[in-house]
Ligand binder design. Structure first.
Ligand SMILES: [Zn+2]
Length: 376
């Protein structure tokens, strides 16, 4: 099973792949026309936080986030920067990685495909970036395990918790080099996709596309993205595929449907293709983990820094909006507005952190955020 939180934006590189070097020059030519305008957080994240603010980055206020979260987060598609790093539009990362590829070919026309891909991967997945990905992965995995452990006995008994934690612990983070790691998906080297997969042999793994690595430098974006993907290892449909049933999951799902966060199934069966339950669950769990990351951050940062960190957590959920003309794309995920406003911004922890008390008091949907203890 594959889950992408990002929707590929460019069709040309998909056609190019990395298999046909001779075709690459033509693909890159096309792209040129597309180019658009504890301390629980690891220590080195703070160091990155002292990077100067880009002249092109935009400011965001807590008030704007509280009052109009969707418009504030998705209203401007440029670079968004918080003290831990930036997030660039998806398309820029894919163009960047293809340009790196092009340069390698120009500089070493005699190289084999394997040599070219090895150089590409070494350039993108640098030791520093790999460490950061590994840190984010471990941090998120540990937080999800803690989240499960801290659920009351009335929601999950010890046996259920053990099953869930075991699944989360078993996920492997797969990031190249070596290039052979993605031998079955070589186009991932230049893609924005972050993918959770369960193989036919039962291995649970997380893979990270090269364009995402180049694009998303914000710690908070890494946290939400990884948390969403790791959440799929224990989402209601994955659990169901293992022939398990948890009453707490049924209560949470009932809340999603009652509040309209997941759309009515209209005759489709649970967990069939285009049932949104697993995606809503993955967002919901990712928000719990993002709230933890932001709470830690909020002990030292406030105001615009905190607002931009919150924005970068879910910044790339906006990109899905561009495909609104194709309704079938929405069948897998809720709309960006639901994901950002109802699932993220209405979370009580996020509301409290950003100081959105006024909005919480006037918004009935945030009066009781969905949880495992939901009762109709
Ligand atoms: Zn997903």
């Amino acid at each position: 099973m594959k889950h992408w939180i990002k929707t590929p934006r460019i069709s040309s590189p998909q056609l190019c792949g990395l298999l046909f070097v001779s075709a690459l020059a033509g693909c890159l030519l096309t792209l040129k026309f597309i180019h658009p305008a504890t301390s629980r957080i690891p220590a080195d994240v703070r160091i990155l936080g002292r990077a100067p603010r880009s002249a092109h980055a935009r400011e965001v206020t807590l008030e704007a986030l509280c009052n109009q979260p969707f418009q504030t987060i998705c209203g401007n598609r440029g670079i968004t920067r918080d003290p831990t790093g930036s997030v660039r539009p998806d398309v820029e990362g894919e163009v960047s990685t293809l340009r790196i590829y092009e340069e390698i070919i120009h500089q070493h026309p005699e190289w084999s495909l394997e040599q070219i891909e090895t150089e590409l991967v070494d350039t993108i997945f640098t030791p520093r970036r790999r460490i950061r990905l590994q840190e984010a992965f471990r941090w998120v995995r540990n937080e999800i395990i803690q989240f499960i452990e801290h659920q009351p006995e009335s929601q999950f008994d010890e046996r259920e918790k053990k099953i869930l934690k075991k699944r989360v612990r078993s996920i492997q983070l797969q990031i190249p080099p070596p290039i052979s790691l993605y031998a079955d998906e070589p186009d991932l080297f230049t893609k924005n996709d972050v993918i959770y997969e369960r193989t036919t042999q039962g291995t649970l793994r997380l893979r990270v596309g090269g364009a995402y690595v180049v694009n998303a430098k914000s710690w908070f974006n890494l946290v939400f993205t990884f948390a969403h993907e790791l959440a799929h290892s224990i989402d209601p449909c994955e659990v169901r595929s293992s022939h398990l049933a948890f009453p707490a999951y049924d209560r949470l799902a009932a809340c999603f449907f009652t509040k309209g966060i997941a759309p009515p199934r209209s005759g489709r069966k649970e967990c069939e293709e285009s049932d949104q339950l697993s995606e809503v669950f993955a967002d919901w769990l990712a928000v719990q983990i993002s709230a933890r990351a932001l709470e830690d951050f909020g002990k030292e940062f406030s105001g615009n820094a905190l607002a931009s960190a919150a924005l970068n957590s879910v910044r790339d959920l906006c990109e899905q909006e561009d495909e609104s003309s194709d309704r079938s794309k929405y069948d897998i995920h809720p709309t960006p507005q639901v994901r950002i406003e109802t699932i993220f911004a209405d979370h009580p922890g996020i509301q409290a952190l950003l100081g959105c008390d006024k909005r919480a008091a006037t918004n009935p949907t945030s009066s009781k955020y969905c949880d495992f203890d939901y009762h109709r």
